[in-house]
Design a protein around this ligand. Structure first.
Ligand code: F6R
Length: 600
């Protein structure tokens, strides 16, 4: 979702902003823009439009001596993606310029109450913020005007504000949307993600909600002060070293990040094993184990792909740890809370650790006094910091919008957690996970074969994945992958459910892909596939060595039944990938989607 970057320093600010925005592209966006101070003409210049960040480089030139700028990638919420709605936005008199990430829920009421005389150029809620600052600055200092504005805003927001009459100061506010500060002796950079700081900061600071930041150029030095939104000083958080391996952020010779990330999955499993290995066993820490003492029920909350990992986690909690569990989609749980049983606790799963739907659940269940554990790929994220404890999945930065390696990382960590809680340590996870990593590698090495299958089989506008039990949960993920990057209408269906309605959609050439990794339902799923074949659907079977029969299309090396999702998902990810490549779509940045969903 929207990304923001701001900079004051002695480097070329437009470079810092545009490179930073490129690093934030993975979040998903449809338009972008920059405002910088041009000292030669003594004025601010703004370039913005629908389209890619690369256009900000290709279509404009920037003076070498520009040292103050803000920039934005916009994922449309209020108003379509066009130039008018792109950020930065100016206040009516053009004195103030803003970039904003988040949603202001009460923007209409605020216009009605305070801004009747203002004309709005865009359809965005952001223009309301900048005009409120302008309105209040008529009677108050700029700092007070911003504070008063914040006190009126309802919703989630992180924004940067330029006062064009003061080119040595940049104002920033953070509440519920992400914002961090990066620092080097060459300047201060602000951004929605630490990735935006790569090459431009040596250290970074994580900020709490309700922070008001004032960045100043002062005699060739650069510094920031932190306040709460009332005006009291805030303690500066501990500074963190930027320790990114820049290689990790490149494509390493792959054509797309998605293929690179699919190929990294066996390494992610091995990394997780090395991180959780204690005395030759895979375990979570005693503190995390202790959280589950006397817990009678686990509620798992997540969204999208992480929700699909959660469905598998529920099976692990019940089958391995013998703790009854339920899984909820975060945005549903947030506003339709079920009756929660006493002695329950919450496990939140999120690759980014920033998903707004999940955060609102976290705040809510914490207020009710429940213990919370986050499973995430980003240890510095909001959900990691705000839950009682967190478990890292160590998947490394995931850049492609379609999540792949985070999904297998989440499943592996859920298996380790459940096995640690099991009284009998029922799974020999060290050898089973090692075997799974080899099986994953095996199919990734044969990916050209999958690309051939895709050409022959996925030729209709619809596609169906069918499976039972764990296989069904993988079908949900398989369908999400295919639809999100190929825009083909795809569904994951419990195999036995096909005949109860969806079968009406099966006709000649419609692919029906069965995932069969569980011996006890092998014949049942095969019969359901026969029913689809009888309606001229095109069948395709993904099975394991020990469930395969005759000439199944994709046969994977055997793994433990419970770990099969780690492996069966891979051909599905590759099917989605190769189809999107064939259709010539932007694989890593599918339309309309954001990597980090920071609005509810
Ligand atoms: C799909 C995908 C999304 C995310 C979802 C939750 O490929 O990536 O469905 O899984 O937006 O995001 P996180 O896991 O960051 O909370």
């Amino acid at each position: 979702m929207c990304g923001i970057v701001g900079y004051i320093g002695n480097q070329k600010a437009s470079d810092v902003i545009i490179k930073g925005l490129e690093r934030l592209e993975y979040r998903g966006y449809d338009s972008c823009g920059i405002s910088y101070y041009d000292p030669n003409n003594k004025k601010f210049v703004t370039n913005k439009d629908r389209g890619r960040v690369a256009n900000l480089y290709n279509q404009y030139s920037y003076p070498d001596n520009n040292h103050y700028a803000i920039g934005h990638t916009r994922w449309a919420t209020h108003g379509v993606a066009n130039q008018n709605n792109s950020h930065p936005h100016y206040s009516q008199s053009k004195r103030f310029i803003i970039v904003h990430n988040g949603v202001i829920d009460n923007h209409k009421e605020l216009v009605f109450k305070y801004l009747n005389d203002y004309e709005f150029i865009s359809d965005t809620d952001t223009e309301v913020i900048v005009n409120l600052v302008e309105e209040f600055s008529k009677k108050l200092s700029i700092e007070e005007a911003i504070r008063k504005t914040i006190s009126l805003l309802e919703g989630s927001f992180a924004f940067l504000i330029i006062d064009t009459e003061n080119i040595d100061t940049l104002y920033a506010v953070k509440n519920k949307s992400p914002l961090l500060i990066g620092e080097s002796d060459k300047g201060i950079v602000l951004g929605s993600d630490v990735l935006a700081f790569v090459n431009y900061a040596d250290y970074y600071y994580l900020l709490e909600d309700n922070s008001f930041i004032i960045v100043k150029r002062d005699n060739g030095n650069f510094k920031f002060n932190l306040y709460d939104t009332i005006g009291f000083d805030l303690e500066v958080p501990e500074k963190q070293k930027m320790d990114f391996v820049t290689d990790e952020l490149g494509k390493a010779g792959y054509e797309h990040y998605m293929l690179k990330e699919i190929s990294e999955q066996p390494a992610v499993i091995r990394k997780i094993m090395s991180q959780y290995m204690v005395d030759n066993e895979l375990k979570v820490s005693p503190e995390i184990k202790a959280m589950f003492t006397d817990i009678k029920k686990v509620y798992i909350l997540a969204a999208g792909t992480s929700y699909h990992a959660g469905l598998i986690g529920r099976v692990y909690f019940e089958e391995i740890a013998k703790i009854p569990s339920e899984v909820f989609i975060a945005s549903e749980f947030a506003y339709n809370e079920p009756l929660i049983e006493p002695d329950s606790m919450f496990v939140l799963i999120s690759q980014s650790g920033e998903t707004a739907d999940l955060r609102s659940c976290l705040i809510n269940v914490k207020e009710q006094g429940y213990k919370t554990l986050t499973i995430t790929n980003v240890g510095s994220s909001t959900l990691a910091r705000e839950a009682d404890q967190y478990l890292n999945i160590f998947a490394g930065t995931e850049i492609a919008v379609a999540s792949t390696k985070a999904y297998v990382g989440q499943i592996a960590v859920l298996a380790i957690l459940a096995n640690t809680l099991s009284k009998q340590h029922s799974l020999d996870l060290v050898s089973e996970m090692s075997r799974a990593a080899v099986s994953m590698e095996n199919i990734i090495d044969k990916r050209d074969y999958i690309s051939e299958i895709v050409e022959q089989v996925i030729i209709s506008h619809d596609c169906f994945y069918i499976g039972r039990g764990l296989d069904y949960f993988v079908c949900l993920e398989a369908a999400l992958k295919l639809k999100e990057i190929t825009y083909l209408n795809t569904m994951g269906i419990p195999a036995g459910e096909l005949k109860h309605g969806t079968m009406a959609l099966i006709e000649k050439d419609v692919p029906v892909i069965a995932i069969i990794s569980q011996d006890h339902i092998n014949n049942n799923t095969r019969s359901n596939l026969e029913e689809a074949k009888a309606r001229e659907g095109t069948p395709l079977i993904i099975s394991l060595d020990n469930t395969s029969k005759g000439n199944d299309d994709i046969v994977l090396m055997d793994v433990h039944r419970l770990l099969s999702p780690l492996v069966t998902v891979i051909p599905a990810q590759l099917i989605a990938y190769y189809k999107a490549v064939e259709l010539d779509y932007d694989v890593d940045k599918p339309r309309n989607l954001a990597k980090s969903a920071t609005v509810e």
